[in-house]
Design a binder for this molecule. Structure first.
Ligand SMILES: [Zn+2]
Length: 429
């Protein structure tokens, strides 16, 4: 469908447009920004008066199905959280449960302005089905682990499943795939090398968790005699198509490695705070030219998939920690949530510019908390909370229209998710 969005200023790669920037969408891509080509006849005109057009946000690290575990494992130490609560609950889930959980995640992301995301999950096919059903854009990756070498057969099976999934879903529009060695402490060195080789041979990029906690650093040092970053570098997993989530516990040498290899870092400020893992070295990474993207992580450790909350934390954390209000700027935050995320995920989106995929979010500026309009960039990072998102377009299709989902049966998803939670015992009534 050809769409004209008119009367809204836009956040462009070069900054905010001075006045309204008419955006023409032809099919799945942006045709023009600024003036309307003479021969362009839109099938739909969106009068976006009072709104701001921004690139559809990119959530560069999440586990969408984990919305099922929202608010049921809080205020726990990391090991109690993961091994005591989350993993036993995961054992109760089916692929169908994860389909509904992923759709709930998609609803939350769309309603807070996110157009695309990088997902890591435990059942092949569930996320693919949910994402293709709702029309979002996603990079999908089945989490791969061989239980640090204790379960080589399971590791092999997961890898085979992941490759089968890519073959089955690889040609579906809006979907692409990565290989996801889960973490340095859950994958043996041998398994890491196997995945790295496969990635090199097939060109499928790598998505992984890295340097999330002090415990991880200590475990890897004891077992392998190096830092987690050095281990992943040694096994060949770090390249310019790799997305590394968290990256909180980095030495200067680790930052050198990430910069040299061209790795993208998907930072997760709220999850790192929630699990008391600390604050990532974002100014240092940006200073070394590392591409920084922004992600929410799963709802079990956040507890939302709302990128606006993430933006605020990214902007504020290092200011407070370093007593330096210039540590991370609003523009750097927005870049991480848009162009930086798209670059990390290998997507031709993340910017409102001719030729780019038409992933666009419209923000309602007529909100008390965004008034007066002194500085729209600051508004997005420091004042907005996500509730101002009015409309989300993905690949030229309107998926969220003035607060209504166009492709998702809201009530059905809520009903099914409730049923799952009752069955696994996280809801007791
Ligand atoms: Zn994660």
């Amino acid at each position: 469908m050809d769409i004209l969005i008119k009367n809204a200023p836009a956040l462009l790669p070069e900054g905010l447009s001075g006045g309204p920037a008419d955006i023409c969408i032809s099919g799945e891509r942006i045709l023009s920004v600024g003036s309307v080509p003479k021969d362009f006849i839109p099938e739909q005109v969106i009068d976006a008066s009072g709104m701001l057009a921004v690139p559809g946000l990119v959530n560069a690290h999440t586990h969408a199905y984990m919305t099922l575990f929202r608010n049921c494992a809080d205020d726990l130490a990391f090991n109690d959280w993961l091994f005591g609560r989350i993993l036993p609950l995961e054992d109760l889930l089916t692929a169908e449960d994860c389909y509904w959980g992923t759709l709930l995640g998609c609803m939350e992301m769309l309603s807070t302005g996110t157009a695309s995301f990088l997902d890591m999950y435990i059942f092949c096919g569930s996320a693919a089905r949910a994402v293709s059903d709702c029309g979002m854009r996603a990079v999908l990756s089945r989490g791969l682990t061989d239980s640090a070498g204790e379960d080589p057969a399971g590791g092999k099976r997961r890898l085979t499943d992941a490759l089968d999934e890519m073959r089955e879903w690889g040609n579906v529009p809006g979907l692409s795939f990565m290989l996801a060695p889960h973490a340095p402490y859950t994958c043996s060195e041998r398994y890491q090398r196997e995945i790295a080789e496969l990635s090199h041979d097939t060109g499928v990029p790598v998505n992984l968790h890295l340097a999330e906690s002090d415990a991880e650093t200590a475990t890897i040092l004891e077992k392998h005699g190096c830092t987690p970053t050095e281990l992943f570098d040694r096994t060949g997993l770090l390249s310019d198509t790799t997305v590394a989530a968290h990256c909180v516990k980095l030495s200067d040498g680790d930052i050198d490695i990430l910069a040299r290899r061209g790795v993208s870092v998907a930072t997760n400020p709220v999850s790192n705070l929630k699990l008391a893992n600390g604050v990532a070295r974002i100014p240092e990474l940006l200073g070394r030219g590392v591409n920084v993207a922004l992600g929410t992580d799963g709802a079990a450790s956040n507890n939302t998939l709302n990128m606006f909350r993430e933006l605020a934390f990214l902007g504020l954390l290092r200011k407070g920690l370093d007593a330096d209000p210039t540590a991370v700027t609003a523009a750097q935050c927005l870049s991480a949530a848009t162009a930086g995320g798209a670059a990390a995920l290998g997507l031709d989106s993340g910017a409102i510019a001719p030729g780019k995929l038409a992933d666009i979010t419209l923000i309602d500026l007529d909100r008390i908390n965004l008034f007066p309009r002194n500085n729209l960039l600051s508004s997005l990072v420091y004042s907005a909370n996500g509730s101002e998102v009015s409309t989300v377009i993905v690949s030229g299709k309107i998926l969220y229209d003035h607060g209504e989902f166009t492709t998702i049966d809201r009530e059905r998803v809520l009903y099914e998710v409730n049923a799952v939670c009752r069955r696994i015992g996280t809801i007791n009534e």
